[in-house]
Design a protein around this ligand. Sequence first.
Ligand SMILES: Cc1ncc(COP(=O)(O)O)c(C=O)c1O
Length: 365
Amino acid sequence: MFYRRMPIEAESPEELGYSNIKYNLAESSVRDIDLREINVSKKILLCYGSHKGKDELRKLIAKEYFSENINNVLVTHGAASALFIIHTTLLNANDEIIVLHPNYATNLETPYAIGCKIKTVELKFENQFNLKAEDVISKITSKTKLVSLTNPHNPTGKVFNIHVLESIISYCTRKKIFVLVDETYKDIPFPNFTHHVLNDSPFLIRVSSLSKAYGVPGIRIGWIYCSNNSLIENFLSAKEQMVICNSVIDEEIAFQILKKKKTILNRVAKDISSNYNLLSKWLKEQNVFDFVFPDAGVVMMPRLKSSISTKKFYSVLLNKHKTYVAPGHCFQMSDHFFRLGFGWATAMEIKKGLAAIQKSASPFI
Ligand SMILES: Cc1ncc(COP(=O)(O)O)c(C=O)c1O
């Protein structure tokens, strides 16, 4: 019998229909931008592109990691396909992977589909979603092939202690175990946050994309950065079997965006800071959920007070108030948790959406 293990994202706002949602607090990116903001009115030959990705684009990406070597970079279709390429290249059914939970689905679902043993490290609300090196290292066995970390973390908005990350990476390097760090949220300009570029290792594989911070998830441009060039060659052969190359148009747009990185992120910083001010003021005043403040990114994972009926909450929130958040079950968690996104909505939408959350969680409705 045909068995589909990977879930369809039927509850994502784009699949539910953006027009059915007025106050969209489910998004995990900043506001999308219009193509007219980017200068791409040049001649582009619509040929197959370079399989590793456009050289000038890879040069700008390498710079992000203080490197001049474009061979350390493989351009991919968003971070999502980078993760798929890494998992399918490195993992076999008899391997073990250690991965954080909750997480972005692909980080869990691709290893599940491969059939390898998955050992999750649970990030617990009671521990402020913190990670200790020991949580990961104690799970390593001779079968561990890959350790998978996401930082800044989705859905909690947590940034893990840099010494914890570095000690996991150096332990794994000594043991010849690969470490994947999904840094898709690294460039989002969150107040008082500076992304720390990790020390390099031939076992360290970094993934990121333009989707979240630059408001261009529609061009599907992400990348893998790894200084182990033979590993990049293996990832390239997986990419070629899947898609050959990226769209030359998308790559040109991505190149123009990274060239204007500072200007774009300065504008994004203003929006995020004003949205976050509204959110943090409201967080301190509300009485419907417990929460851990996010450290970076544009998402957080509050927990509704246990007395609140979750079924009623989500139904009133969407059907009456046209407000949407991502319920806990999307992350294999209790529906008392939900992911709240504060980067995509306008200031007015944030205010109205937060007021709707307060009303929908009231026991008197
Ligand atoms: C942690 C994480 N990694 C990867 C992705 C995929 O992003 P994209 O493929 O749009 O670059 C997402 C999207 O939500 C994410 O949250």
